[in-house]
Design a protein around this ligand. Structure first.
Ligand code: GLP
Length: 248
């Protein structure tokens, strides 16, 4: 028996999610809390649009605090292939926020004290009000791989083989990293609102497991169904394995 779906919008194309994401951004009280960014190809258009908003002053950088989900272990913000590097490349104003202490990078050293300090810093800034999320094709969110308990905070994790394969091109000709520092599933559920995006056929099975499978650590993304304020944007390919879905 399939579970009830959270708020899901199935769009003809991924590009149609951008204005909806921008509406989510504008509808969030970011003066009182943080914007939680996600990385991956899914969010590149959004990050570029956020960069335009900040550069042109349509969105005031002074009113924005931001953070993100995860980082490869040992990757400093200037290191190519890393998550902060990716965020700054797609949205350069984030680097200015970083320099001014308004963008909180995930501690790349993964040390328990650094992770505690990061969690405290996020909490003191009002917590994450809008957390963007992607999904891995094995159902991971951030770098919470299948089998990760739901009750976790920031921690160091070992990447699944499919996750490393998906990251291979960003490290070529070198090898992709084996470990990362990630926000935990409990931390993610602590955000006021979650907006998850998934586009493309490669995500279809993970999306069906997330929305219609059991809520289980076998599909970490299924944990979003325990949150009461979730929006999911899918393109029709990512939605193609949902039972009862007959096209966008
Ligand atoms: C990485 C990130 C995830 C992201 C995933 C999907 O694994 N840690 O947060 O959701 O990539 O990336 P893409 O959007 O490129 O498919």
């Amino acid at each position: 028996m399939a579970n009830a779906l959270p708020n899901v919008r199935i769009l003809p194309t991924a590009a149609q999610a951008l204005p909806l994401l921008m509406d989510e951004l504008r509808g969030t009280q970011l003066r009182r809390g943080l914007l939680g960014l996600a990385t991956g190809a899914t969010f590149v258009p959004f990050l570029q649009a956020l960069g335009d908003e900040l550069r042109t002053g349509r969105m005031r950088a002074e009113e924005l605090h931001a953070t993100h989900l995860d980082e490869y272990l040992g990757f400093t913000p200037d290191r190519r292939g890393g998550m902060v590097h990716e965020l700054g490349t797609n949205c350069p104003p984030l680097l200015e926020l970083l320099a001014r202490g308004r963008f909180f990078p995930v501690p790349h050293d993964g040390e328990p004290l650094s992770l505690k300090a990061h969690e405290l810093r996020v909490h003191r800034a009002g917590g994450v009000h809008l957390q963007l999320l992607g999904i891995g094709r094995n159902g991971h969110v951030a770098f919470n791989e299948p089998g990760t308990p739901f009750e976790t905070g920031f921690h160091v994790t070992t990447l699944a083989p499919t996750t490393r394969e998906d990251a291979r091109s960003r490290f070529a000709p070198g090898e992709p990293p084996t470990q990362a520092v990630t926000s935990g599933l409990q931390t993610i559920l602590g955000a006021r609102k979650l907006v998850l995006c998934a586009f493309g056929k490669a995500k279809a099975k993970a999306v069906a497991a997330m929305l219609q499978g059991e809520i289980s650590t076998a599909c970490p993304a299924s944990v979003i169904r325990r949150h009461t304020n979730v929006m999911v944007f899918l393109d029709k390919d990512a939605a193609s394995e949902l039972v009862g879905h007959h096209g966008a």
